[in-house]
Design a protein around this ligand. Structure first.
Ligand code: FAD
Ligand code: NAD
Length: 467
């Protein structure tokens, strides 16, 4: 068959570039097509810059409470331009590393906008600038973009996270619309940088997908630092006039300097030739795929945020690597059959202060017979050391197991708990029982002991816990 590449990938974000790297490792010739910089949303407009801004916020929060630790420090202002330069520096360094890696694996990068072209008998293809690149298989990984609810985004006063990461001076007041992951991370970051934040969420709690008790702890801690949280409130409109934005909610108006719209992200499936190629798309914009991520067109696969499920970079990596291995197998380059990780085994983290991290089923999802244990980190030495004298909340580690069976959920809230959730992913992914792992010794003093303590409690051997 006359084709240009074994594999052509549209979109070089987490899913697309991971697919390219793994496919090249397996000996496939690969074209990686992106109109933007390699790395996509996560590297340039998502995970990495937000976490750098959150680190700057943590530095300021730490300095603000330095005297409680006996350290004399003066809290000054925040130079947003400098925070932005620090974040850009991290992005630039990772981008350079990624570009080098892609090049060293012999991947052909095509820096253009592309659209899918149907299989004409020579395999499916991607067209860029009037040229069609035919391939044995095509992976579509064009990601997602912010939902705006028809609000007049001007990038100056009314903005999405894309522009909010590029501001060079902090507003005095900000309204954050949406109490999901992006809204909570920005509210936490901005309040710690000295902004007066109002956080508006339509449902009755922040992070509606997480354990309700953990949402409450998060809301209490944000409120203590000054975030004005309005739950059960929907925004109906917003108008920017001069220096002010007027945000309309059901029962009145809020005047602010900046409105961040963070109400979800819609898959970028329109205008890239999918309908023309007969590929089924759900009303949500997600590309319909089977259990091997194949679309309704033979040889065309989809990955990452385009596919219904949690919109996470590490899920994109997992999709990309899986597809590279599957396509290598289908093309006779590999004997092993890859396994696609289940969405329920993928850990999620909200990097606010406190952090919320979880994997698997909540107690409610696990059903009435599930056994649930909450270990309060007040009994954990490391958590006590991290909190300043006078602060009360240390966090909670919740484990959920099927009655007498395996662990199906791990849910954490507290300072720095993101670093613990990979152990949760191991427990849930390997379907471990608390008895299987009760003998694993955790270092002291570490936050990780909270997971060991919760495991011991489930096996009737609670140590630092009142039972
Ligand atoms: C503010 C923010 C913070 C986030 N933080 C985290 C986090 O901490 N952890 C986490 O796991 N996830 C986080 N995410 C989510 C994460 O960024 C996404 O899940 C991830 O980037 C999805 O990867 P993807 O490959 O599916 O799509 P993307 O990374 O969006 O990549 C899609 C690529 O396709 C390209 N493209 C689209 N259409 C075309 C076309 N027609 N032609 C050529 N190229 C095209 C785009 O230029 C882009 O580079 C965050 C997202 C945001 C917005
Ligand atoms: N740390 C991370 O892993 C991370 C960080 C940022 C983003 N992300 C990914 O990006 C995706 C998008 O994030 P997001 O926060 O925009 O979406 P989200 O779906 O997590 O949250 C959106 C929130 O907005 C609320 N909402 C919707 N319409 C509203 C209205 N009119 N008024 C008030 N509230 C309204 C919803 O109830 C929901 O709680 C997430 O699904 C997440 O997977 C991940």
């Amino acid at each position: 068959m006359n084709r240009d590449f074994d594999l052509a990938i549209l979109g070089a974000g987490s899913a697309g570039y991971a697919c390219a790297l793994r496919a090249a490792q397996l000996g496939l010739s690969v074209a990686l097509i992106d109109e933007g910089p390699l790395g996509g949303t996560c590297l340039h407009r998502g995970c990495i810059p937000t976490k750098a801004w959150l680190q700057a916020a943590k530095v300021r929060r730490t300095v603000a409470k330095a005297s409680a630790f006996g350290v004399d420090a003066q809290l000054g202002g925040v130079e947003a331009g400098q925070v932005g330069r620090y974040a850009d520096g991290v992005v630039k360094s990772l981008h350079k590393g990624l570009t080098g890696l892609i090049s060293s694996r012999g991947i052909t990068v095509i820096p253009e906008r592309g659209v899918l072209t149907a299989d004409d008998g020579r395999g499916p293809g991607i067209e860029t600038g009037g040229r069609t690149h035919r391939a044995g298989a095509v992976v579509i990984a064009t990601g997602a973009s912010p939902i705006t609810l028809g609000l007049p985004i001007d990038g100056e006063r009314i903005m999405t996270s894309d522009q909010a990461l590029r501001i060079t001076s902090l507003p005095t007041r900000a309204v954050v619309l949406g109490g999901g992951v992006i809204g909570v991370e920005f509210a936490s970051m901005w309040v710690d940088l000295g902004v007066a934040v109002t956080l508006i969420e339509a449902t009755d709690r922040l992070l509606p997908a997480e354990e309700p008790g953990h949402s409450r702890i998060l809301a209490k801690e944000l409120a203590k630092r000054g975030v004005d949280i309005r739950l059960g409130t929907a925004v109906t409109g917003a108008v920017a006039t001069g220096d002010c934005v007027t945000v309309s909610v059901e029962d009145g108006e809020i005047d602010t300097d900046l409105l961040l719209v963070a109400v979800g992200r819609r898959p970028a499936s329109a205008g890239i030739g999918l309908e023309e190629a007969g590929i089924a798309i759900a009303s949500t914009g997600h590309v319909v795929v089977d259990d091997r991520l194949q679309t309704s067109a033979r040889g065309v696969f989809a990955a990452g945020d385009l596919v219904s499920g949690p919109q996470l970079a590490h899920r994109g990596y997992a999709h990309g690597m899986y597809l590279a291995e599957l396509i290598a197998q289908l093309q006779g380059r590999s004997d092993s059959t890859p396994a696609l990780p289940r969405d329920s085994d993928i850990a999620r983290v909200t990097y606010s202060s406190p952090q919320v991290a979880s994997v698997g089923l909540t107690a409610a999802q696990a059903g009435p017979d599930a056994e649930v244990v909450d270990y309060h980190l007040t009994g954990n030495g490391r958590a006590q050391i991290l909190r300043a004298p006078g602060e009360r909340e240390t966090g909670v580690a919740r484990l959920v197991r099927r009655a007498g069976g395996e662990i199906v959920g791990v849910h954490l809230v507290g300072e720095d708990v993101s670093e613990l959730i990979s152990e949760g992913a191991l427990l849930v992914g390997w379907q471990a029982t608390p008895e299987d792992v009760a003998g694993i010794v955790h270092p002291h003093p570490s936050l990780s002991e909270s997971i060991a303590e919760a495991n011991w409690a489930l096996t009737g051997r609670a140590l630092h816990m009142h039972s």
